[in-house]
Write a protein that binds this ligand. Sequence first.
Ligand code: PHE
Ligand code: ZN
Length: 865
Amino acid sequence: MADTRMNPEAPPTPEHAPVFRKDYEPPRFLIPEVELDFDLRAAKTRVKSALTVTRNGDHDEPLRLAGDELRPLSVKVDGEDARWTLDGDDLVIPIEGDRAIVETEVEIAPDANSQLMGLYASGGLLCTQCESEGFRRITFHPDRPDVLSRYKVTMHADKARYPVLLANGNEVETGDEDDGRHYAVWEDPFPKPSYLFALVAGDLKPNRDHFTTMSGRKVDLAIWVREKDLPRTAHAMKALKDSMKWDEEVYGREYDLDLFNIVAVDDFNFGAMENKGLNIFNSRYILADQETATDNDFDNIAGVVAHEYFHNWSGNRVTCRDWFQLSLKEGFTVFRDQCFSQDMGSESVKRIEDVRLLRAVQFPEDNGPLAHPVRPESYIEISNFYTATVYNKGAELIRMMRTILREEKFRAGSDLYFERHDGEAATCEDFVKAMEDASGTDLSQFRRWYEQAGTPIVKANLAQADGIATLKLSQSIPDTPGQSDKQPMAIPLKVALLSEQSGNRIGEERLVMLTEAEQTETFDGVDEPVLLSINRGFSAPVRLQTDREDRELQLLAASDDDPFARYEASQELMMRALTAAVGGDPLRTEAVVEAVRKTLENEALDPAFKAEAIVVPSESMIGEQLEEIDPDKVHEARIAMRKSIADAMPELFTDLLDLEASGDDLSPDAKGRRKLRNVALAMTATHDPKTGAAKAKSHYDKADNMTDRVAALGVLSHLDAPEREAAFDHFYDRYRNDTLVLDKWFSLQAMSQREGALEAVEALSCHPDFNLKNPNRLRALMLGFASNQFVFHHASGRGYKLLADMIIAADKLNPQVAARMVPPLGRWRRFEPKRRELMKGALERIAAADGLSKDVFEQVSKSLG
Ligand code: PHE
Ligand code: ZN
């Protein structure tokens, strides 16, 4: 096994040198068939592989197969022992002629696999995770997405411990063997890249159902979990069936196998994985019932189930040529799951949530040392590129294309894309080309969205004279690492004018394509004072700067007919006052308070929208707007604004506490009422912490669902009141054996802003239930904490120290998960000088740690660079 670790001081070794997109070359060998035989045991699993290899093109190079921590026990070519060598991790085998059967045998140790990549053990199960480069931890193989093969997989295992044996495709044979063992053979008729390979062995029980496709085929569906978890699988099953139907109706895409399996596992690096016919999920995105899951959890589950299902076409039938094209499948699939959720629930509220996520995670990424294009040019470790830029900004790119092409032509483009590339490994360019060809629209300039990193800044000013309104637009794209002097982008802006007097829209909404650095757009016949409503529906992922006055924003917040623009106006009103206050101005609250009151009193608005629109932007969102962040000042300004809102209308908030929503009602309407009620609870506690604590405690005690319990705990978490401890202790006692619920207990405390919160987090990092090996638990505590700007950025630097210690410790077990904790420290340049130094020092300490993985090395060195 080659040493994949390195000293960051040393120059990059060949293994840690970056890979470049421009260096892509087609594979030297293709592998039409793969046969695998697993002798599964937790401590030692024997893997035999037989690859049918064919020379691709005219060359005489040897066959090169990737491995990771593997040593061959035997290598045969066409049945004869072969002369092989190891070059680093690669197995190199000379091949005569153009076709051969290459057999290898290796031994791996699932029990000892703490990286959770390859074959690993989780809660008594054996399961695999192969994306991106995990297959090479199971057997020698090219392990690149443009090598597609048909797989036949045989599994042997102890029948009592592992009664269920699953792999991709269809089960073709099963039987018993000696010593209490049994076997199963699975065949997947669809050629697939190795990253979509999966197997599972364990004591699982199915929730079975079926779906009849549009052409009348019956598909058997099963969600496999531990027996005790079966009652918590109903929501995921419903989401699966809804997704299958939606993809037929909206994209004309039908499922292609007779079987679709989902397995839930407790230890998982990401959310879930779209392995062909055998999706493997982090159990937090499958298991839910009213007792243990919040409305948010329910929504996330439906979204992730849909996402993985949609990958069957956007990802599996058409896959990626290389990992630089990751957004081809992820951007498109996120867009598809977002639209699915919009169609299943409230369209505008889902859009608001998605934009909030984009701004909270992707904008900072685009504005920091880890900024990269949606289609990156290079990487050291591809696992570091499963980012909000590739996923969420990537989804915005697809959404913009739909906006530019309009729905019908977008669908025609999607049809053409699937038709052209079915069964192939494609590129982002192939997708854009299909859109272009099907619609006749020139997307040359639009392609810059894939190339140029950084969030464009758009300035918009409206002037009026002689019946003509003139909209002046300009754009600029900030420099990002390795990129400066950027070209103007093609930015689709939905624009409308509203009567200042009536608030009604004047004329139709217009789609303005901003393609120049500066551009002017005129509107005729505008005889009255008007308001500018722009970037409606968040039609482009840009930072918008307008010279609209507070008064105008207030009017827009009260009457814009585009729900997103209306939400945006009220948020911008708050943000302006907050950033001004952080800069030393007195806090202007009048317009904000009036806007909030108007929103709450408006009977035409639904509760979920109200809840979104009146929530004061988070501290990190405020920080994002500042040149230099002082977390204490941000905290103070935000508290003051919340207090002025809460104090201005206490009765309004008290009344909202009576909103009714039964815990078993999961309709968008009931969820909205719970959301607004819980916002009101928080405002009540802001107004009067003492009675607030009592109300939150009784809200907790009375709750018949997890949404309300978590909301009440959230309110209590910030209060210095006996009720806080009582409720948290009660929650712990009640749910201590329920891993997913206990994660909430950790993250709620990690997000507390009370005095002593930092000490509490430090103590939790030593709590017996804290477990560095379980990614969910680690994230619950540490990512919750790192998002808690006021506490994490404590002036002492103790927050940074804790995170750095945790990254160093986690890296020894699971580099992927450790690397994901680096970005909060990577924002160091944005903070005031004292914190800046402390954060930088923490990064330097990580950089100097012994045996750093290349995952953490890449994130830390780029953050310091
Ligand atoms: N491809 C998965 C998804 O987004 C994400 C994933 C990547 C999961 C890598 C595990 C490992 O659907
Ligand atoms: Zn995905």
